[in-house]
Design a protein around this ligand. Structure first.
Ligand code: CA
Length: 229
C-alpha cells in the first residue's frame, strides 16, 4: 500500500513538480489548490502526509494546519508547510500551528523528498515494525501474533492486517472504501460488504477478552479503533 501525500498548493508549476517527485519516489500524490479543495480530497483518500502551502487563496495554509490539528480525526496526519517566508518568526508560527516541518521556497525536489521521508519516519507508526498495544491487546507485526491479556489470539491474515491498520491509526474513522484501499490494496476488486464480514470475524475473536468493543462501528461512516466508548 503506497503512502499517500496530499499536496495543497495553488501554483500549478510547483504542485506538478512536487507530485512528479513524489510519484517517482513511489508515493501516491493527490493534489488540491485550496484549503476547501483539500478538505474534500481528505474525505476521499486518507493522506499519510500533507504538504501544505502557507499562501493559498481563501483560507491560509496556516489556518488550515491549525484546524487539522484541532480535529480529532485528522490531527495525527503530519504536515509540512511550504512557504516563501523564511523568517524565523514565520517558522515558529508554522510549527506552533501544528506543522511537523517547514520547507522554504524555492526548494529542490531532492530536498523536499528528504524532508518528506524524515517526517514520515518520525511520525508514522504504521511504517515501523514495532508492536502496538492498547488495553492489553497486543499486535506484533514481526511475528504476526496477537495477544489479548497475554493469551494468543488466532486471527486470519486479513483480520490481522485490518486490526494492525486500525490500531496504528486510532481514533480515526475509516470508510469501507478507505479500509479496502489500505488493508486489501488499491487494485483489488472486493465489494465493500467484505469489510463488514472481516470486521465481524475480527470482533468474534476478540469477544472472549472483551476487546471486541475497541473496534467500533460509526453509523453511516465506517469503522474506528478506539479505547473510548
Ligand atoms: Ca501559494
Amino acid at each position: 500500500m503506497a503512502t499517500t501525500v496530499l499536496v495543497v498548493e495553488d501554483e500549478a508549476a510547483i504542485r506538478d513538480m512536487i507530485a512528479m517527485a513524489l510519484e517517482r519516489a513511489g508515493y501516491r500524490a493527490r493534489h488540491a489548490d485550496s484549503a476547501e479543495d483539500a478538505r474534500a480530497a481528505m474525505r476521499l483518500a486518507h493522506p499519510d502526509l500533507l504538504l501544505l502551502d502557507w499562501m493559498l487563496p481563501g483560507e491560509s495554509g496556516l489556518d488550515m494546519a491549525r484546524s487539522i490539528k484541532d480535529d480529532a480525526q485528522m490531527s495525527q496526519i503530519p504536515i509540512i508547510m511550504l512557504t516563501a517566508r523564511g523568517e524565523e518568526d514565520d517558522r515558529v508560527r508554522g510549527l506552533d500551528a501544528g506543522a511537523d516541518d517547514y520547507i522554504t521556497k524555492p526548494f529542490s525536489p531532492r530536498e523536499m523528498m528528504a524532508r518528506v521521508k524524515a517526517v514520515l519516519r518520525r511520525t508514522a507508526p504504521t511504517l515501523t515494525e514495532a508492536p502496538v498495544e492498547v488495553e492489553g491487546l497486543r499486535v506484533d507485526p514481526i511475528s504476526h501474533r496477537v495477544f489479548a491479556n497475554g493469551d494468543g489470539v488466532d486471527l486470519g491474515p486479513t483480520e490481522f492486517r485490518l486490526l494492525h491498520f486500525l490500531m496504528t491509526h486510532p481514533e480515526r474513522v475509516f470508510t469501507r472504501a478507505q479500509l479496502l484501499d489500505n488493508v486489501w490494496g488499491a487494485n483489488v476488486y472486493v465489494e465493500e460488504r467484505t469489510v463488514d464480514v472481516h470486521v465481524r470475524r475480527l470482533r468474534r475473536e476478540l469477544t472472549a477478552t472483551g476487546h471486541d468493543g475497541l473496534v467500533q462501528t460509526v453509523r453511516g461512516a465506517g469503522y474506528r479503533f478506539s479505547a473510548r466508548d
